[in-house]
Design a protein around this ligand. Structure first.
Ligand SMILES: Nc1ncnc2c1ncn2[C@@H]1O[C@H](COP(=O)(O)OP(=O)(O)OP(=O)(O)O)[C@@H](O)[C@H]1O
Ligand SMILES: O=P(O)(O)OC[C@H]1O[C@H](OP(=O)(O)OP(=O)(O)O)[C@H](O)[C@@H]1O
Length: 223
């Protein structure tokens, strides 16, 4: 038996839902099948048809933490999540590949009828609710707008409707969530997609195991 076959499998951290669903075709393109669906089995450690790879299922915003500390060798996370993580842990992760999955955009939204351009005139102060405080801080600082940031963990769309904030910074894809809550996007901050992230130590110590997988993801993401 080769030393490669004796090595422990690589561990890849994924969140269930859209990232898991959109990663499956990339794994399939690499000839890798997944033994079960975490939505149904509720299992948190999932084997694959490749003895060299297993998956762990974590919260989307926890993926960078598992990978940075080496509990996972690699993972997949949205640029939104990576920006917030990097604010606390700069340079902690190697990010070799934009997988072009889970695509959406980060945007500023307000209640329909709210005069955003008047509210952000030079020197004004705006109350902004968001889960993405780092990205929001950088965006408004670049515009020279003072903001009071209110950290939320979900359902941001509610904040302007109940007077918690003037504006939100949130992810937008179809725009249906904004529309359903009488909100409008008034400014795009950046396009968002998910990236492969790799533990920096694993990149060196497990290079032989990692490289074929990175190559397969690179090829699949270009299709
Ligand atoms: N509506 C959307 N369309 C496309 N991609 C999206 C959309 N919403 C979020 N994403 C992307 O998918 C990633 C995972 O989103 P998901 O909804 O599964 O987790 P979450 O609920 O945001 O995270 P957590 O569970 O950690 O709070 C996000 O980080 C973002 O990059
Ligand atoms: O423009 P849309 O297509 O409506 O998508 C935007 C919504 O998608 C995301 O929520 P998600 O569906 O992930 O729900 P969650 O934040 O509760 O996980 C995001 O936080 C928005 O609420």
């Amino acid at each position: 038996m080769s030393s490669q076959a004796l090595a422990r499998p690589l561990t890849m951290a994924l969140s269930k839902g859209r990232i898991f669903e959109e990663t499956l075709p990339l794994l399939e393109a690499a000839g890798i099948r997944v033994s079960e669906n975490p939505e149904q089995s509720r299992k948190l450690i999932i084997a694959t048809s490749d003895p060299n790879l297993r998956l762990i299922i974590v919260r989307a915003s926890d993926v960078p933490t598992y990978v940075e500390y080496g509990a996972a060798d690699l993972g997949i996370a949205g640029k939104d999540v990576l920006i917030e993580h990097a604010a606390q842990h700069p340079g902690g992760l190697y990010q070799p590949i934009d997988l072009n999955i889970a695509k959406c955009r980060l945007a500023v939204a307000v209640r329909k009828g709210f005069d955003y351009s008047a509210a952000v005139h030079q020197g004004a102060r705006l109350r902004v609710a968001t889960k993405y405080t780092q990205a929001a801080r950088e965006h408004f600082a670049a515009k020279g707008v003072y903001v009071d940031l209110i950290k939320l963990y979900g359902s941001m769309e509610l904040a302007p409707l109940v007077g918690l904030a003037d504006a939100i910074v949130d992810l937008v894809s179809t725009g249906n969530t904004l529309k359903a809550n009488d909100l409008v996007a008034v400014e795009d901050i950046m396009p968002i997609s998910s990236r492969l992230v790799v533990n920096r130590a694993a990149l060196k110590t497990r290079h032989a195991q990692l490289q074929p997988l990175l190559d397969a993801f690179e090829r699949a993401s270009r299709k």
